[in-house]
Design a protein around this ligand. Structure first.
Ligand SMILES: Cc1cc2nc3c(=O)[nH]c(=O)nc-3n(C[C@H](O)[C@H](O)[C@H](O)COP(=O)(O)OP(=O)(O)OC[C@H]3O[C@@H](n4cnc5c(N)ncnc54)[C@H](O)[C@@H]3O)c2cc1C
Length: 462
């Protein structure tokens, strides 16, 4: 056993890194134990044949949230990463149908919508203005640990309860926009392998965020953000060990005592787990109450899908994000970061989002076969003079690489889960145990995971 008790952070994903940096900056003795070989988890960088790819994330839709996270660390985001604002943000192509384009500029986007339906542009502008006003009022809740009705009351937002209780599809229906437009606006639900009827109303904020706050990539990749956070934490004195998988959390009298890696038992005075709460309760703690475990097992999960990382020679009219909605089957996505970030010229990624249910039924061999099918399709090749896969990942690969619970990235953000509350930062079962990361409030973007790390660390210090 070690001689002094420290705070151990399990996992160096976005949530763990933000928590470690926050705690170290407040003078805590912090040790980060990360099972893989590098920081970032799903948001890490992948380098193959001297080409750098983002393993998972490709777009930042909440710059303000990420800035808040860095502010809380006493750091300026812009001093650490160079954000590049996107003008032509994404397009959704329907098989045998029109293409819907979303630009940074609201008027340009609305003008495009007018070509798809009479008056659609004006309807869209009204919709975006309405949801942005709601977003502005609800924004403080983003920085509140596990906000509930009391937080709504505190921020004088109780009148927004009906909005919060609605599904994304109900909110989009109120806009009266043609369905091909509402489908394009709810494309992020396709990415999560869910229906807009199950998705929370909060996803309606995305178009407003795009037009009012902008959408961004990072020069060099979104994976430069966790690298920056790791540096901030190290500069503040946090120690990092890679290749250090935590196998067990030891407790006594309902409180954490130590963590066990393959070869060490480390005494702790607190733990922030960036491993999924499901893995933490079911695998690391081992003796969690059955009722709670059953509740965790029922959470709807989100698969990270399948991806091919490509070395490409792009044509001049390439697009940053091309979503493709076939008549049947899953949505596809082609990502070309070089369109916005010349440092990543020559790279592209073909992403195949799938539902967790599909991923589990298909198994690893089915996932690999599906990725082969996507690579063989012709639609995405039109952007390239040449394209060659240099790496591939299916959900099962990512599950092994990042110790993911049932190879899933987190509980998917459904309306029901938002209402019942995501997993809280402070464990209700074990003293001294806290959770950071996408499974906790506020959710599953890179910025949200960073916010979650700060909120978890704050709770620990309370
Ligand atoms: C394909 C894909 C596309 C995405 N696109 C976007 C996007 O465009 N924009 C966006 O904002 N977000 C996007 N995301 C989501 C974003 O990447 C995640 O929400 C975020 O990175 C999750 O961070 P996290 O802190 O929850 O932890 P994770 O990334 O899951 O990291 C957890 C870390 O803990 C480690 N760990 C787990 N168990 C143990 C253990 N027992 N011992 C030691 N270490 C352990 C893991 O190795 C890992 O490093 C995407 C994700 C994927 C997969």
């Amino acid at each position: 056993m070690g001689t002094s008790k420290r705070i151990v952070v399990i996992g160096a994903g976005m949530g763990g890194l933000a928590a470690a940096a926050f705690l170290a900056k407040r003078g805590e003795d912090v040790l980060v134990l990360e099972a893989s070989s590098k920081p970032g988890g799903l948001a890490s960088l992948l380098t193959v044949e001297q080409l750098t790819f983002d393993l998972g994330p490709y777009i930042l839709l909440d710059r303000a949230g990420l800035e808040w996270g860095f502010d809380q660390l006493g750091e300026n985001l812009a001093a650490h990463v160079q954000l590049v604002q996107l003008e032509d943000i994404y397009q959704v192509e329907y098989e045998d149908g029109p293409t819907v384009q979303i630009h940074r500029d609201l008027a340009t986007t609305a003008a495009g919508f007018d070509r798809l339906g009479q008056g659609a542009g004006e309807q869209y502008i009204r919709f975006v203005e309405r949801v942005y006003a709601i977003y502005t009022r609800l924004r403080p809740l983003l920085y509140t640990a596990n906000p509930g009705p009391r937080a709504l009351l505190r921020y004088r937002a109780l009148d927004l309860a009906p909005f919060l209780l609605s599904s994304l599809s109900a909110i989009l229906k109120q806009s009266a926009l043609p369905h091909m437009i509402t489908d394009a606006l709810s494309i992020w639900t396709h990415i999560a392998g869910q229906e807009a009827t199950e998705a929370p109303s909060l996803l309606a904020f995305v178009p407003a965020l795009i037009h009012y706050n902008g959408a961004y990539v990072c020069r060099g990749g979104i994976g430069t953000i966790p690298i920056a956070l790791e540096q901030v934490a190290k500069n503040a004195g946090a120690e990092f060990r890679y290749g250090a998988k935590v196998r067990k959390i030891h407790c006594a009298q309902g409180a954490v005592q130590a963590v066990e890696t393959g070869d060490e038992l480390i005494e702790v005075k607190g733990i922030v787990s960036n491993a999924s709460p499901m893995s933490t309760y079911m695998h690391l703690l081992g003796q969690s109450p059955k009722r709670y475990v059953r509740k965790l097992q029922r959470l709807p999960l989100q698969s990270p899908g399948v991806a091919a990382y490509l070395a490409v020679q792009s044509s001049s009219d390439a697009h940053f994000l091309r979503f493709r909605l076939p008549k049947q089957g899953h949505c596809r996505l082609l990502i070309q970061p070089g369109v916005a970030d010349p440092s990543r010229d020559g790279t592209a990624r073909l992403l195949g989002p799938v539902s967790q249910e599909w991923a589990e039924q298909a198994g690893e061999s089915g996932q690999q076969a599906y990725l082969d099918e996507l690579i063989a399709e012709q639609w995405w090749r039109s952007d390239f003079a040449q394209a060659r896969p240099v790496a591939r990942r299916v959900a099962a690969d990512l599950g092994r690489e990042f110790s993911l619970f049932r190879d899933s990235m987190n509980p998917v953000m459904t309306r029901r889960l938002m209402l019942s509350g995501r997993i809280s930062h402070k464990s209700r079962l074990v003293n001294g145990l806290y959770f950071a990361g996408s499974a906790t409030d506020p959710g599953q973007w890179v910025s949200f995971a960073a916010i979650s790390g700060i909120l978890a660390a704050r709770e620990l210090l309370c």
